[in-house]
Design a binder for this molecule. Structure first.
Ligand code: NAG
Ligand code: NAG
Ligand code: NAG
Length: 408
């Protein structure tokens, strides 16, 4: 009898323990239920979200914050660490930014800063509502044009995983990754009109170990732009277009830029973009290095400049066009790049006369141009690439015009 009672009470103790564990696990910090957020498109999500973040950040065990389905308005948010334990942010709803570009004091809308072991997922949308900003109203007075907000900033994160998130119509760059270590963006989407200015999809700088996987980027500027100090970047299974392609640079505009090294882009498809895969450095200006860059298994569909190294980058003639770039490029390969071009200059490898490109490889390039200005051509300068496999157009066979066409 006593034994039986003991068994029952032990069982109920176990049940209680089990229930409380379940409760802790499912005890997500719901911004609506617990912090007073309203999915009414006008109540500012800023305070509920930062209150939830503060609680999560102070928790000694992993916590998760939920923004449930619905449409929210968010003026601005800075979500900072260091935090005591990992944080997971589930964004299920759509979050909208102020439409007025002047509503922002700093060029950012949502910033995650100095967080370790951060996860964000949930299928949600960050809508920057950039349509008005794209018109550049009042820009002649320079009152806000230089400070347009970036939709999402990931600053100084370590071990972050961003999955199944969309950013839409950012007023400026969609995502800026700075000073991060080991961050993955997977099933990430970017949506902005083809003619939206300066709306780069994902910009990366001074970060080590960035992975962009199975993502889809459609925007008005570079799909992925890679700035100085980017190391060990892996771009895989990304579709891009419209947009300006996958681009390293521009580099050499500023003093003391850090090396770019260990960049791989593979199994990507670019459609109707102005560039395919590109490295650009300013004519003249400052020094720097780019090494160990590999573009492999790339499909291009109606891309204006599919393969391009441009060391004479000089937009709006803001430099000495005749000067040679001081950025040194080495160990670069373009392998298995196939598809169609929208313009005849299919392959263009224009390196610096002062620091010629070293150890460049062109392998299996098969890109058709069949427009009225045909046939497609391949131009090379200050580079002696190793050439293997099929080459259509014939590698480096065309003379380089004295003033190469500027790129965007
Ligand atoms: C990188 O971050 C992920 C979390 O996103 C983590 O699972 C993984 O262990 C980290 N890798 C290293 C080498 O720390
Ligand atoms: C190819 O790209 C050009 C320029 O971007 C565009 O005008 C044209 O419509 C595209 N052609 C096709 C067949 O999509
Ligand atoms: C280029 O590759 C060669 C051979 O793999 C290597 O020895 C050299 O250090 C590399 N150069 C740079 C700048 O990474």
């Amino acid at each position: 009898m006593e034994n039986k009672i003991n068994v029952v009470s032990t069982l109920s103790t176990i049940m209680l323990l089990f229930l409380s564990v379940v409760e802790v696990r499912s005890g997500a910090l719901d911004v609506v239920a617990k912090f007073g957020a309203k999915a009414d498109e006008k109540t500012d999500l800023s305070k509920p979200l930062s209150d939830a973040w503060k609680e999560a950040c102070a928790s000694a065990t992993t916590s998760s914050i939920v923004i449930p389905k619905g449409v929210y308005f968010l003026s601005q948010a800075t979500l900072e660490g260091p935090c005591k334990a990992p944080i997971e942010l589930q964004v299920q709803g759509t979050i909208k930014a102020p439409t007025d570009p002047k509503a922002f004091k700093e060029p950012k809308w949502i910033e995650f800063n100095k967080v370790e072991n951060f996860k964000m997922s949930g299928g949600g949308v960050f809508d920057g509502q950039g349509t008005r900003a794209y018109k550049r109203e009042g820009c002649d007075k320079k009152d806000f044009c230089s400070a347009l907000p970036i939709n999402i900033r990931f600053d100084y994160l370590t071990n972050a995983m961003i999955q199944d998130i969309t950013t839409r119509d950012s007023k400026q760059f969609h995502v800026n990754i700075l000073g991060c270590k080991n961050i993955t963006l997977q099933k990430f989407s970017v949506r902005a009109p083809k003619d939206s200015p300066n709306t780069d999809g994902i910009h990366i700088g001074r970060s080590d170990g960035v992975n962009i996987i199975d993502s889809d980027i459609r925007t008005g500027d570079d799909c992925i732009s890679i700035g100085d100090g980017t190391k060990h970047l892996d771009v895989k299974g990304v579709t891009c277009g419209p947009g300006h392609g996958i681009s390293i640079g521009s580099l050499g505009k500023f003093e003391n830029e850090e090396p770019v090294e260990g960049i791989t882009a593979s199994k990507c498809t670019l459609s109707d973009t102005t560039n395919g895969v590109r490295i650009k450095t300013w004519a003249g200006e400052y020094g720097g290095t780019v090494s160990d860059v590999h573009f492999e298994d790339i499909t291009v569909k109606n891309v204006s400049c599919p393969v391009i190294v441009d060391q004479k980058y000089c937009p709006s003639n803001k430099c000495k066009m005749n000067a040679e770039s001081n950025v040194k490029l080495s160990n670069i390969s373009f392998k298995n790049i196939r598809g169609t071009a929208a313009l005849p200059e299919v392959v263009k490898i224009i390196c610096s006369g002062k620091f010629p490109c070293e150890n460049v490889e062109l392998a299996d390039i098969d890109i058709k141009y069949s427009g009225p200005k045909g046939p497609g051509v391949s131009e090379c300068k200050n580079v002696k690439p190793k050439i293997t496999g099929k080459q259509n157009p014939p590698a480096c066979a065309a003379p380089v015009p004295p003033n190469p066409t500027p790129t965007v």
